[in-house]
Design a protein around this ligand. Structure first.
Ligand code: S3P
Length: 432
């Protein structure tokens, strides 16, 4: 079957209010960390996305009972002390967050078994987690730093003081989880601040965790099951925001959206680029800020994005790159090397798709450079998602500036993070 999405232009004057499926990062953690204490709890607005369902399936195999009614999960956990001690094989499919966080659980609880994934995950580096875990005492065998990961019996893990060589929330979270489940204290020092949902959720369930600047300390303590509300996914919102900005006369609102300080930075960058965006924090739920974003169609200008910003916008760089092409002036996104290790090599995927549109873009000395000043295209454009959900949905916005047909090959990977995304996007683009 053809897995191509064909778009034939755009709609104007879109005015709508949207509420999005739950944030992927928080949803993974709501089961992996939220399920550590013994007890019952509910998770609201759990997204029906492929990645999050992978975590749901893995946690079931560890011994949690999870009933799903609409977007609410009714969870009963036996507690981490009573997780199954042998799991044979868990398939993490495309999900980097699942495999990195679960590796922390398996090693620290001395659970024997294998973690595998799909072609994309099998190419992604795992030594960034296996190296520190092995230092803590884990007995893990990898395939030269790649999958499969085989977890064997160890003598138990001890806390570690670890200076992170890369800025990665997945690595940090893996070590904080394994640290919590190990003897002694674990102290992780971040290279640059990354998303902090793990710290916030541990605090919410009562764990002994202490954050001072770039140093996070955690040790085992008593924790309690608590209900968790997953706010709307701010990374999925990026695609709607991009469509709204590029079009004509649009004015939209996104409510109940995650507005965590380390995730909303792309909104500030867009505002710097001239975007007519307002956001307001209205509530705090399970230690996460939630609110509303309003977006109006805008003319944008290019921007220079510095290295410190990268971990905060790591998943939105593809979308920002597309917007950069239609901005006045050039955009430089510095130190984007980590993008090579995502669901696809995102540097190559961004450049080849932009080049396919006729936009000049290149990678130079660690930086991504996009030449702006493009206006409307009048041609057929054939793009490829490279089976990467964020590439697929970021490049959908090209249709807002194309009077010809825009085709996106391997579209269905969008279900990885944004279930039924077309129901939202069809307000902005004409689907053929
Ligand atoms: C995630 C962290 C990010 C991000 C990924 C989700 C998380 O990866 O790209 O989509 O939930 O912790 P790194 O921080 O490891 O780069």
């Amino acid at each position: 079957m053809d897995d191509v999405l064909t778009l034939g232009g755009y709609k104007e004057n879109v005015s709508g209010t949207y509420i999005l499926p739950g944030d992927k990062s928080i949803a993974h953690r709501s089961l992996i960390i939220g399920g550590l204490p013994k007890g019952q709890y509910k998770i609201f607005n759990f997204p029906n996305s492929k990645d999050c369902n992978v975590t749901l399936n893995c946690m079931t195999k560890l011994g949690m009972e999870i009933k799903k009614i609409d977007d609410i999960l009714y969870v009963e956990s036996p507690g981490y002390q009573n997780f199954n001690k042998k799991i044979e094989e868990l398939n993490c499919k495309n999900s980097g967050t699942t495999i990195r966080l679960l590796s922390g659980v398996l090693s620290a609880l001395n659970i024997e078994g294998r973690l595998i994934g799909d072609n994309s995950l099998s190419k992604r580096p795992m030594d960034r987690i296996t190296m520190p875990l092995i230092k803590m005492g884990a007995n893990i065998v990898s395939n030269s730093g790649n999958l499969p990961l085989t977890f064997k019996k160890s003598k138990g893990l001890e806390g570690i003081a670890y200076n992170m060589p890369i800025a990665s929330a997945q690595v940090k979270s893996c070590l904080l989880i394994s640290g919590f489940l190990s003897y002694g204290t674990t102290a992780v020092k971040e290279k640059l601040p990354t998303r902090d949902h793990t710290e916030r959720l541990f605090k919410y369930i009562g764990a002994d965790i202490d954050v001072v600047d770039d140093l996070i300390k955690i040790k085992n303590s008593s924790i309690k099951s608590k209900d968790i509300v997953v706010p709307g996914d701010i990374s999925s919102a990026a695609f709607l925001i991009s469509l709204a900005l590029l079009g004509k006369g649009n004015s939209i609102k996104i409510e109940k959206l995650l507005l965590n300080e380390r995730r909303r930075r792309y909104l500030d960058i867009l505002i710097k680029m001239g975007a007519n965006i307002n956001y307001i924090i209205e509530d705090v739920m399970n230690n996460e800020e939630i609110g509303t974003v309003e977006v109006k169609s805008s003319n944008l200008k290019g921007v220079i994005i510095e290295e410190e910003e990268i971990p905060h916008i790591i998943d939105e760089i593809p979308m920002l790159s597309v917007l950069a092409a239609f901005s006045q002036g050039d955009t430089i996104i510095k130190s984007v090397e980590e993008l090579k290790y995502k669901e696809s090599n995102r540097i190559e995927a961004i450049i080849s798709n932009l080049n396919e549109c006729g936009v000049e873009a290149y990678f130079d000395s660690g930086n991504l450079i996009i030449k702006g000043g493009n206006s409307y295209f009048h041609k057929d454009i054939n793009l490829d998602s490279y089976n990467d959900h964020r590439i697929a949905m970021s490049f959908l916005s090209v249709a807002m500036k194309n009077h010809g047909r825009t085709k996106i090959k391997n579209w269905s990977c969008s279900e990885i993070s944004f279930p039924n995304s077309i129901d939202y996007f069809k307000d902005f683009v004409r689907i053929i």
